[in-house]
Design a protein around this ligand. Structure first.
Ligand code: XMP
Length: 328
C-alpha cells in the first residue's frame, strides 16, 4: 500500500486494504505490550488509526480528543457524535486555556507549530500516566513526515504530530499509517465502513495555522466564524448543483490591517483570504475555479457578520506548489 515519496497517486499502487488491516492490527499488537492511549482528532487519519487500535487491543486502548480551543464551530459535538456512531469510546479533554496560553505573543508559523506540538504531547503524557501506559498511537501519514523533513527534503512545515515533538518526549509513539497517503487512508476508511469518510482534511494545529500573526481568543473566533461561512456556502452551492465538493475549503485571517467603510465611518479592520483547492493526496493542489456568485455571498456574509472586524475578503488563486494548502 505504501508509495515512494515523490511518486504520484495511482490506484494500481494501492494494495488490498484487507491485507493492510490484518497487518496493521498485528503490528499494533506487537508494538504495544499492554495498554495505550490514542490521539483522536475526528479526522480521517486518526480515526482509522483509532479503529485499528481498538480492533487490536479492545479496552486496553483509550482514544482521547483534545479540545484545543482552536477547533471549528460545533466540532466537539460533531466529533463526539461521530465516535459514538462508530462505536469507539472516547474521552474529550478541555484544554483551550493551555493551548491559547502557549501561543500568546507567538507569530512565527514554525514556533506556533512547535508550541502546539509540545502542548499536545504534555496533555498526552499526563493522560498516558493516568491510564498506566507509556504508549501513544497517532494517525501520522506519509505527507506529514515527508513535509516535516523526514525524507530528502527541507522542512516545509513541522506537522504538529511529527516534528513538533519535544526532545524530552516520555512517550513511545506508534504510527500504524505512516507509509500511507491520504487517498489510501480514505480507501481503508471505506473498507472499515467508517462513516463520513468524505469530511475535508483539517490540520492538527487547527485554526492556529489559519490565523496569521498572533493567535488570540478573539482572532480565533473571527477565523472560526469565517471558516463556518465558507463551509456553509460551499455546502449550499454543492446542494444546488453549482459545484462538486472540493478537496478543501476554508478561510484564513491575515496579519494585515485594511481600511473599510461602514455607513459614513472609516473602519480599520482585518482581511480574510478564502482558499478552495482540489488535490488527490495533499502533496500538490490546484486553486479551484468556483462560482463567482458564491464568492460574493461569502464576502458579503463575512464582512456583515464580522462587521468592524473584517473589512476585506480575498480569493487565493495560488496552486501548491509554489504555495502550500494552509497559509502557515
Ligand atoms: P500543506 O499546507 O502543507 O497541507 O500544503 C497539506 C495537507 O495537510 C494538512 N495539514 C496538516 N495536517 N497536521 C495535520 O494533521 C498538521 O500539522 C498539518 N498542516 C497541514 C492541510 O490541511 C492539507 O490538507
Amino acid at each position: 500500500m505504501a508509495r515512494g515519496a515523490g511518486s504520484s497517486p495511482d490506484e494500481d499502487d494501492v494494495r488490498d486494504p484487507e491485507a493492510f488491516r490484518v497487518e496493521a492490527v498485528a503490528r499494533i499488537r506487537a508494538a504495544v505490550p499492554e495498554r495505550t492511549i490514542v490521539a483522536a482528532s475526528g479526522g480521517i487519519d486518526s480515526t482509522v488509526a483509532a479503529i485499528l487500535t481498538q480492533e487490536a487491543l479492545g479496552e486496553k486502548a483509550r482514544a482521547i480528543f483534545v479540545d484545543t480551543g482552536l477547533l471549528r464551530e460545533g466540532e466537539v459535538e460533531k466529533v463526539s457524535a461521530f465516535f459514538r456512531e462508530s462505536g469507539l469510546p472516547i474521552s474529550v479533554l478541555p484544554a483551550a486555556d493551555r493551548f491559547l496560553g502557549a501561543l500568546a505573543g507567538v507569530t512565527d508559523p514554525e514556533e506556533k507549530r512547535r508550541r502546539i506540538g509540545t502542548a499536545f504531547i504534555r496533555v498526552f503524557e499526563e493522560e498516558a500516566e493516568m491510564f498506566g501506559t507509556s504508549h501513544l498511537v497517532q494517525g501520522t501519514i506519509a505527507p506529514d513526515w515527508i513535509e516535516s523533513g523526514g525524507a530528502l527534503r527541507d522542512t516545509i512545515k513541522t506537522h504538529h504530530n511529527v516534528g513538533g515533538l519535544p526532545k524530552d518526549l516520555k512517550l513511545q509513539i506508534v504510527e500504524p499509517l505512516r507509509d500511507l497517503y491520504k487517498d489510501e487512508v480514505r480507501q481503508l476508511a471505506r473498507h472499515l465502513k467508517i462513516p463520513q469518510f468524505d469530511r475535508q482534511p483539517f490540520p492538527g494545529p487547527g485554526l492556529a495555522v489559519r490565523v496569521g500573526g498572533e493567535v488570540t481568543r478573539e482572532r480565533v473566533a473571527v477565523a472560526r466564524r469565517a471558516n463556518a461561512i465558507v463551509e456553509e456556502e460551499v455546502d449550499r452551492a454543492i446542494e444546488a448543483g453549482r459545484m462538486t465538493r472540493p478537496w478543501q475549503y476554508f478561510a484564513v485571517l491575515l496579519p494585515v490591517r485594511t481600511v473599510g467603510v461602514i455607513g459614513d465611518n472609516r473602519v480599520y479592520g482585518e482581511a480574510v483570504s478564502v482558499r478552495i483547492v482540489e488535490s488527490v493526496d495533499a502533496m500538490s493542489a490546484v486553486a479551484t475555479t468556483v462560482p463567482w456568485e458564491m464568492l460574493r455571498t461569502i464576502a458579503e456574509r463575512i464582512t456583515r457578520e464580522l462587521t468592524g472586524r473584517v473589512s476585506r475578503v480575498l480569493y487565493d488563486v495560488t496552486d501548491k506548489p509554489p504555495a502550500t494548502i494552509e497559509w502557515e
